[in-house]
Design a protein around this ligand. Sequence first.
Ligand SMILES: NC(=O)c1ccc[n+]([C@@H]2O[C@H](COP(=O)([O-])OP(=O)(O)OC[C@H]3O[C@@H](n4cnc5c(N)ncnc54)[C@H](OP(=O)(O)O)[C@@H]3O)[C@@H](O)[C@H]2O)c1
Length: 314
Amino acid sequence: MKAIAINKYGGTEVLQYTDIPEPQIKPDQLLVKIHASSVNPVDWKIRYGHLQLLTGYNFPLVLGFDAAGIVTAVGDAVTRFQVGDSVYAYLKSLPGGADAEYAAVSESAACVKPDNMSYEEAAGVPLAAITALQGLRDQGQILPGHKVLVNGASGGVGTFAVQIAKAIGAEVTGVCSRKNTELVESLGTDRVIDYTTQDFTKNAVQYDIIFDAVGKQSFSQCKKVLQPNGVYVTTLPSTESLVQSAITFVLPGQKAKLIVAQSNSQDLAYLKDLITADKVRTVIDRTFPLSELAEAHAYSEAGHAVGKIIITMT
Ligand SMILES: NC(=O)c1ccc[n+]([C@@H]2O[C@H](COP(=O)([O-])OP(=O)(O)OC[C@H]3O[C@@H](n4cnc5c(N)ncnc54)[C@H](OP(=O)(O)O)[C@@H]3O)[C@@H](O)[C@H]2O)c1
């Protein structure tokens, strides 16, 4: 099958269009013919070798965690899917494997695709929206009426975070640059702050949850604009965020937390319900064919994607 694989860690030049054998599925897996995948920043972090202790040296490695496509075979232990089902999935094993014609997908990482989404739209959902959902719900303990600020509201994770927080009934402030304010408003925000002219950490408003989807403001910087029992959640692991998280875990009052997204089919089903109810949609910035994955990575690395970058297999 056609795939883009890497045979060493490095820049975009290590992404090679290649022919490799179709994956062999285990009893609890589906073989999915991929129609679309998407680029997440973790893909190029893996490509550079930033996670090589986890991703190892068993080259070639195929990247890509998000998949949308059709089931073409099922393992003996699979109970919820059959050949022909349209699915979307957040691939569980490092380093993914969705940037290819076929991927082996654990049953527990997949869900039937929402009918009201194309494969391209569905491929934008899994990793980014699960991060937003688990960040707000599991780490932030979001409740209806909470005042929530989403920093990086125009990005892949942020566009979903704004919509999920609104769907749960929160009052949402989105932080983005001037050029993206209209889009972020269209996602349902109650207020938008342009980070190029205003620093939200210096304002008088206090939030129950600050969800730093782009990891640009630390807990220390946000403390003054967090409620006394407020929660700061970041997507970016750093020594500081780990230390702050450990310290605030044992102290009363404000908490600093780190989200590390976990693939699971229940959360994909939860998101499917929100999508079917037209409460969540995928904002697509650009779509690239698989053969231009290197360009898609470079675009993501530039740090200004608005919503998701989609990869199509055709
Ligand atoms: N821990 C986890 O499990 C997990 C899961 C998913 C993602 N992540 C991490 O979360 C981060 C965001 O992921 P993503 O997919 O949302 O990235 P992304 O789509 O590439 O984010 C790009 C967006 O960030 C905005 N942005 C850049 N600088 C900003 C700033 N100073 N303030 C506010 N917005 C700013 C950009 O808007 P402008 O063009 O206007 O600047 C752009 O719209 C990445 O570091 C990723 O690795 C972690």
